[in-house]
Design a protein around this ligand. Structure first.
Ligand SMILES: Nc1nc2c(ncn2[C@@H]2O[C@H](COP(=O)(O)OP(=O)(O)O)[C@@H](O)[C@H]2O)c(=O)[nH]1
Ligand SMILES: [Mg+2]
Length: 338
């Protein structure tokens, strides 16, 4: 599935993406679903399905990575999928993506648990340094996010740890049985918040709303790949923004502890990202996708979202049934449109 937020003017980049995907689907005999995040019909569908929080002042779904991932998960659910795996769109090496997908499948199989997540820890990120490629083992944002997540784990366990290696992992997959129960954060807070949300809901510190998940535990498999992660370099400001979004969600979590909060504020002030005495801002946290009325979402997507299309072997997509995972959701129906 492609959830795009690419520009449509003056060049319609979205249309180019769709054409490329159509060619791929024809050659590979694979189906795909596409939509544009800023299609007014997509906003109407999420509003109708019960998530008005996703809509901005222009009446469209907010721009942001977490928002795009939420759309992807909802569409996966309404077409009957059991799992969702995410791939960033700015990867320069198709072979690396192939490896991610195999790792997802292997990890979810090995987990042997209905509530499982696989997160990719890439082997290295190449950077240009003095005209040479340097295969750095660490990412500028991940390093910080992981450090503070590990600090939280260490505060609880009493043991220093580096157990969390994938706080910012854009490449990750999970079962929908788990995903539909999780709240997702907006923007670049989305990946680190997944850990925070797992700690909150299933960490055993707060009471869980899902005892059935607690009973089986939630394995998170962090798997290191062989291929380097070669992607678009968006510069220092982008990295700084991403780090702070990660720390904001960790700071405001009810499972965060005073020493961790203090260390976060100290770091932010030292970075010039926070004035002394100020509190870190809050990120947007959306309700679980499982709370959406999926039949309404589908109806409005089909009737109002002009960009929402199924490509390729249509029959294989359309015959799937929406999942009914959480109690209280309306009964699933067969998806009928092509
Ligand atoms: N659909 C959509 N995707 C987004 C948006 N923002 C970020 N992304 C996706 O998130 C990926 C990661 O963002 P990027 O800026 O590359 O961050 P980095 O790789 O962590 O430095 C991008 O490659 C996009 O695929 C958005 O507003 N909408
Ligand atoms: Mg990137």
């Amino acid at each position: 599935m492609l959830v795009s937020n690419s520009a449509r003017h003056p060049v319609d980049r979205y249309e180019i993406e769709v054409q490329t995907l159509e060619q791929y689907c024809r050659a590979a005999e694979r189906p795909a679903i596409v939509l544009h995040q800023r299609d007014p019909g997509v906003a109407a569908a999420f509003k109708a399905a019960g998530m008005p929080e996703l809509i901005d002042d222009d009446g469209l779904v907010r721009a942001g990575k977490g928002e795009a991932m939420l759309i992807g998960m909802a569409v996966a659910a309404l077409t009957g999928r059991g799992y969702v795996g995410y791939i960033d769109a700015d990867n320069y090496v198709p072979g690396a993506v192939h490896e991610y997908v195999k790792v997802y499948a292997a990890g979810l199989h090995l987990a042997a648990n209905p509530y499982a997540m696989v997160r990719i820890s890439w082997h290295s990120k190449p950077k240009l340094r003095d005209g040479r490629l340097f295969f750095s083992r660490r990412g500028r944002s991940s390093e910080i996010t992981n450090e503070f997540l590990n600090r939280l784990v260490a505060e609880y366990s009493g043991f220093g740890t580096e157990v969390i290696a994938t706080g910012n992992a854009g490449e990750h997959a999970l079962s929908l049985d788990l995903g539909l129960r999780m709240r997702l954060a907006g923007g670049f807070a989305v990946e680190p918040f997944e850990f925070v949300e797992l700690f909150e809901q299933f960490g055993g510190v707060l009471e869980s709303a899902h005892p059935e998940v607690m009973a089986s535990s939630v394995p998170v498999l962090q798997i290191e790949t062989r291929n380097p992660h070669f992607h678009d370099n968006k510069g220092e400001d982008h990295v700084q923004g991403m780090r702070m979004q990660a720390l904001n969600v960790l700071y405001h979590s009810p499972v965060s502890l005073p020493p961790v909060r203090e260390a976060i504020v100290e770091f932010m002030v030292a970075q010039g990202a926070l004035a002394p005495g100020e509190e870190p801002p809050r990120e947007r946290i959306y309700p679980p996708v499982g709370s959406l009325e999926l039949d309404l979402l589908r109806d409005v997507l089909e009737t109002e979202a002009g960009t929402f299309r199924q490509i390729g072997v249509a029959a294989r997509v359309t015959q799937l049934r929406p999942r009914q995972v959480l109690p209280g959701l309306p009964a699933p129906e067969v998806v009928t449109s092509a």
